[in-house]
Design a binder for this molecule. Structure first.
Ligand SMILES: NC(=O)c1ccc[n+]([C@@H]2O[C@H](COP(=O)([O-])OP(=O)(O)OC[C@H]3O[C@@H](n4cnc5c(N)ncnc54)[C@H](O)[C@@H]3O)[C@@H](O)[C@H]2O)c1
Ligand SMILES: O=C[C@H](O)CS(=O)(=O)O
Length: 477
């Protein structure tokens, strides 16, 4: 990648200059990477108008063409995998191993979108099941919803854009995308691939700028039919309040938890727990933040896990050996450190970590944590995990559910009874049995309950959200 690029907003298949630009800095080195356009309200409204004017083109485009464009994007991304991973790593400090994994998932996400584009259909309705319906036949169709406003976070800057743009285009919609201010380059990278793949100009528009200005212009526009937001619960809830009757899907935060039952082989779970807690520095919405371990194996689990955590390699995200790098900003580092100090003052103890190496927070394991400490009840979004001792799976389920969030939760157990109990009683969008809650593949239905959000992603499910059902009724006589 060339250094010090200038990135304009992308409207109607063209670069559009703005009056002001902001410096995009590497979160790891603090070096300048690019100048990023700061759009104002009027420019955002122009992008929305362009997307609105392009609605007809997309609504009339046959499924096989929509599928072919998405398939082509997937293929182009595969051809540019290494470069795409570097873009993610550079702008977000995601270690290269995890950045590559994100690109591989993004390739799949567009592939799934391409496949789902060919499977959008309704159903026939048995009208004569009602006395008044005799003599009628009918069926439903699914129409594109129109202009979709997509707002995305920094932590998976390529794949979470794909989870919005992919299904939107598969379903025949147009898009105004506002990527996270910290990670706009991944979104521009994808917009370029869509242009190369033959997406008509105006269908995908990318507008960078302050959340409050660009986000509000999208959410308040009468031309936008749906807002799909992924980000923090506070911003998502505030946006929904402004969205009026627009359809809204919200993929928000969590403090995901895992239960470790007494009968498991601890060694087998450790590597997955390390990945769950520390990949992308814990900046994952389903990052493993709370572990409830049965008292019979608590000591063994804590000592193995803390030792392995202390051995993870810290460093430059572009070094292929690095496992943990910098948080997205120094404010986030300060916040994480202050929550650790507050937990210690309230009686928690540190099994490993808790300090910084340069601007990197060491993988941190905290013990003697109660559910009301910030490191437990808030979304920590840092490489910090707490381990608590429980005397039964029932006690652990209650502790997991004692949260305002509910995205995913996990349980390691060899007991079918306890696995089924967890599946029934955990109040979350997804229960993972014998793996960490951080598990996600991109076709599965994904989303939360409580303050973790509403609506589901995963291509088939996102397409349901991004289409409107229309009923056709025919009188036979
Ligand atoms: N549930 C999921 O699928 C999922 C996935 C990834 C991230 N997340 C959540 O996202 C959060 C981390 O991402 P983040 O820090 O980028 O989130 P964020 O809420 O700060 O920002 C998300 C997006 O909203 C924009 N934004 C910020 N303030 C705004 C405002 N007032 N009006 C309109 N838009 C605004 C941002 O610029 C960004 O594009 C975490 O809470 C994480 O759990 C959830
Ligand atoms: O950060 C939350 C994301 O949903 C995680 S993932 O991209 O789906 O793994």
């Amino acid at each position: 990648m060339e250094g010090n690029m200038k990135k304009n907003i992308w409207i109607n298949g063209q670069d559009v200059e703005t009056e002001n630009y902001s410096d995009l800095l590497s979160p790891y080195s603090q070096e300048k990477i690019a100048d990023i356009a700061i759009a104002n309200k009027l420019q955002t409204q122009n992008a929305i108008q362009v997307a609105y004017d392009s609605k007809e083109v997309m609504a009339k485009m046959p499924a096989h063409q929509r599928a072919a464009i998405l398939e082509k994007v997937s293929q182009l991304l595969e051809e540019n995998l290494e470069e795409a991973a570097k873009v993610i790593s550079l702008e977000s400090a995601k270690p290269l191993i995890f950045a590559k994994a994100e690109v591989i998932r993004t390739i799949e996400t567009y592939k799934f979108a391409s496949e789902e584009a060919k499977r959008i259909h309704g159903e026939t309705i048995p009208f004569d099941a009602a006395v008044g319906g005799v003599g009628k036949i009918g069926y439903t169709i699914r129409n594109p919803i129109g202009v979709i406003g997509a707002i995305t976070p920094f932590n998976f800057p390529m794949n979470l854009v794909a989870h919005k743009v992919g299904p939107a285009i598969a379903a025949g919609n147009t898009v105004v995308l506002k990527p996270a201010s910290q990670t706009p380059l991944s979104a521009f990278f994808i917009a370029d691939l869509f242009k190369k793949a033959g997406l008509p100009d105006g269908v995908l528009n990318v507008v960078t700028g302050p959340g409050r200005v660009v986000g509000d212009a999208i959410v308040e526009s009468d031309l936008v039919s749906m807002v799909t937001f992924t980000g923090s619960s506070s911003v998502g809830i505030a946006l929904r309040a402004k969205a009026g009757l627009k359809k809204t899907t919200l993929e928000l935060g969590s403090n995901a938890a895992l239960i470790i039952d007494e009968d498991i082989d601890v060694t087998k779970a450790i590597d997955r727990c390390l990945m769950g807690a520390f990949s992308n520095q814990g900046q994952v919405c389903i990052s493993l933040q709370r572990i409830y371990v049965h008292e019979k194996i608590y000591d063994e689990f804590v000592s193995q896990f803390a030792k392995s955590a202390s051995e993870l390699k810290l460093g430059d995200p572009l070094d292929p050996e690095t496992y943990v790098s910098s948080l997205i900003s120094s404010n986030d580092l300060d916040r994480a450190l202050s929550w650790i100090e507050e937990a210690k003052a309230q009686g928690a103890t540190i099994a490993t970590g808790g300090k910084t190496v340069g601007n990197i927070l060491e993988p941190t394991v905290i013990l003697d944590v109660t559910n009301n400490m910030k490191v437990s009840c808030n979304e920590v979004f840092a490489p910090i995990v707490s381990i608590c001792k429980v005397s039964s799976v029932e006690e652990a389920i209650d502790a997991v559910n004692d949260s305002r969030y509910g995205l995913q939760a996990g349980i390691y157990t060899n007991s079918v009874v306890n696995a089924l109990k967890a599946a029934d009683d955990l109040h979350v969008g997804g229960v993972v049995i014998n793996d960490v809650p951080t598990f996600r593949v991109d076709q599965m239905p994904y989303g939360g309950v409580k303050e973790s959000g509403t609506g589901r992603e995963g291509l088939k499910y996102a397409i349901e959200e991004m289409t409107e059902m229309k009923l056709v009724i025919w009188h036979k006589g």
